[in-house]
Design a binder for this molecule. Sequence first.
Ligand SMILES: Nc1ncnc2c1ncn2[C@@H]1O[C@H](COP(=O)(O)OP(=O)(O)OP(=O)(O)O)[C@@H](O)[C@H]1O
Ligand code: SF4
Ligand SMILES: [Mg+2]
Length: 332
Amino acid sequence: MSLKIEDLSVAYQSLRGDVQAVDRVSLSIADGEIMGLAGESGCGKSTLGNSLIFMEGRMKVTGGTVELDGRPLPISDSRAMNHFRLRAVSIIPQYAMSALNPTRRVGRMASDLLKSRGVRFSSVREEFQRRIALVGLPDDVLERYPFELSGGMRQRVTMVISTLLNPSLLIADEVTSALDVSTQRAVGEMLMEFRDRGFVKSMIVITHDLSILAQIADSILIMYAGKLAEKAGAATIIEHPLHPYTQRLLASLPEVGVRYEDAALTGIPGRPPSLLSPPSGCRFRDRCPFAFEKCAEDPPFIELRPGHHVACWKAEEEVASEGALQVQEAAR
Ligand SMILES: Nc1ncnc2c1ncn2[C@@H]1O[C@H](COP(=O)(O)OP(=O)(O)OP(=O)(O)O)[C@@H](O)[C@H]1O
Ligand code: SF4
Ligand SMILES: [Mg+2]
């Protein structure tokens, strides 16, 4: 097992109180697994991803544990995490492409980043050049400034740099959202190739774009308002989702290939609840057409079918009645 998260809660401290952006999340990712993480804006995807590598000032872990390759990952201890960053767990942060320092050449940036992890660039230069060629970037990319590269080229550079030390886990946060459709596909293929070649063992690919996940993910996890809603194999989530939120998320999707910025015009009616003081019971209750009495209680995230975890009372009843039907049929 590559990654094992148990009961993880992460909050942002604010003047008005704690924003509980990740609320009692438990999940595991197997060796070689690419797990897609999707959900509406503000549901906690980046917070979950970032918490596994770098806790910014106002973030704090309010509960839970994380293990990577069977060893505890000390996510609350920034200094102790230095030992793991880039080597064991690495991230391509959301907006990384636009955050590249415009006044530094790519080579200098890579070298500074590696130096901060105690690695001399000269010791990995050969491998860097090999990977640059592998992803179809020109040899002289090290000498270029970020503004001299297209969006797709910049994304490839960030991917090569962030995986240069072969981390066990890579978190790729919205790496395809700002790209055109054909570049999105190419970057998606690169992520798979990096896994297949063993540059990274497992990945969390965060995106709004379920069509990219259909292309590259082994499993998909759907979050809603800081909590897990559903996780299963990618095909199961896309073809047989059980959670009403996942069903609506899929129904609100544009045709495959339309960019998220354009797709955001449609969507699910209503808005997710505030995470400052979230309501009790199922957090999707206000927007769920199937809500019933029991939904006033918080539904547990449980395995309803083999490998298919869901947090929904209706789904639980549905699967239970299917089981009862099968028992009746078998008895006939
Ligand atoms: N620095 C911060 N301080 C306070 N609250 C924050 C901060 N960053 C995020 N939040 C809150 O935490 C919640 C989760 O945010 P997060 O960025 O993890 O969502 P996301 O799912 O990645 O959204 P998006 O799809 O827009 O990237 C939101 O309610 C957001 O307002
Ligand atoms: S638990 Fe109830 S409100 Fe929540 S998604 Fe299921 S049916 Fe809807
Ligand atoms: Mg985000």
